[in-house]
Design a protein around this ligand. Structure first.
Ligand code: HEC
Ligand code: HEC
Length: 251
């Protein structure tokens, strides 16, 4: 209720206390939660292991690895996923975690670009995110991100698609209810990239956005597009304080 009042007031919903909100994890069956919690049965751990190997792999003409610059991920990457997206000085725009990793590939390794949603980029993002498992979401307070957060809020509340529905119609107004067989979550981006049973693989938050847009018969934006990064910035501020799940499992 506090969340809804904050949205109606037009402000960012960071005022809502973490205990008033429920993550997708809390809405899952005990069986799925157990699958996520157990490293041996969580299918996302396969991507984390692949990411750990890529972290050490030399790339580009100078043969530099991620580890060559960043050292032990357990130290250098702890908390990073919990505060992304962040500002990128060089491009004068925000980047999400996958965007940042892709930029390190091209700028710092001189290697070929990795596409959003490609397997190696998902694996690296899953490995980096793993270093923040359980940490509270702590959005970057950089004021240059504020106009983008506001753009994301506007997108979240704008009616779209042939069904003429806003994200907020389901995820604020009817969160906790059902859409057919599926429980409607509050859309907290606490567990990305995630292993979705429906996908039978790991996928990113922007792919999830695309699923919801297709559901309301709207045309999805491209993964990594500025509109999706703005939506992500808004949803991360709305989820501030909730625990990050890496890797998450969803139905
Ligand atoms: C018609 C209702 C509806 C609308 C509109 C909708 N969604 Fe969803 N969304 C769902 C349902 C239902 C799920 C649960 C997943 C499933 O089983 O499909 C979901 C899941 C999600 C999740 C995953 C949460 C988690 O725990 O991982 C996110 C994030 C999300 N939606 C964001 C959005 C955004 C952003 C928009 C607007 C662009 C949007 N949704 C529009 C119904 C909707
Ligand atoms: C040659 C050194 C170098 C290499 C190799 C490198 N990075 Fe980076 N990385 C940087 C620098 C410098 C930054 C700060 C942002 C910038 O200037 O691009 C950074 C920033 C980051 C950040 C954001 C950290 C934060 O606190 O915001 C992540 C995540 C990251 N790198 C991941 C990777 C991954 C994954 C790889 C391997 C695919 C990699 N980096 C390879 C130099 C490197």
């Amino acid at each position: 209720m506090i969340l809804r009042a904050a949205l109606l007031a037009g402000g960012l919903a960071t005022a809502a206390a973490a205990e008033d909100r429920r993550t997708g994890y809390e809405m899952m069956s005990p069986e799925l939660r157990a699958m996520q919690d157990d490293e041996m049965s969580n299918p996302g751990m396969l991507w984390v292991a692949e990411g750990a190997a890529l972290w050490e792999a030399p790339e580009g003409p100078a043969g530099r690895s991620c580890a060559g610059c960043h050292g032990e991920a357990a130290q250098s990457m702890a908390g990073v996923a919990a505060r992304y997206p962040a500002w990128d000085e060089a491009s004068g725009a925000p980047v999400d975690l996958s965007g940042r990793i892709a930029l390190c590939r091209t700028r710092h390794q001189g290697a070929e670009a990795l596409e959003h949603e490609s397997r190696p980029l998902l694996a690296l993002a899953a490995y980096v995110a793993r270093q923040s498992d359980g940490r509270p979401i702590a959005p970057d307070p950089d004021p240059r991100l504020d106009p983008w957060r506001e753009t994301g809020r506007v997108l979240f509340t704008a009616r779209m698609g042939q069904l003429n529905l806003a994200c907020a119609n389901c995820h604020d107004d009817h969160a906790g209810g059902r859409l057919g067989a599926a429980p409607i979550p509050e859309a907290h981006p606490t567990g990305y990239p995630q292993y979705r049973l429906q996908w039978e693989e790991m996928g990113g938050l922007h792919r999830r956005f695309g699923n919801c847009l297709t559901g309301i018969r709207a045309k999805p934006f491209a993964a990594g597009s500025p509109d999706y990064v703005a939506l992500e910035l808004y949803l991360m501020s709305r989820a501030a304080g909730l625990p990050l799940e890496a890797p998450a499992v969803r139905p």
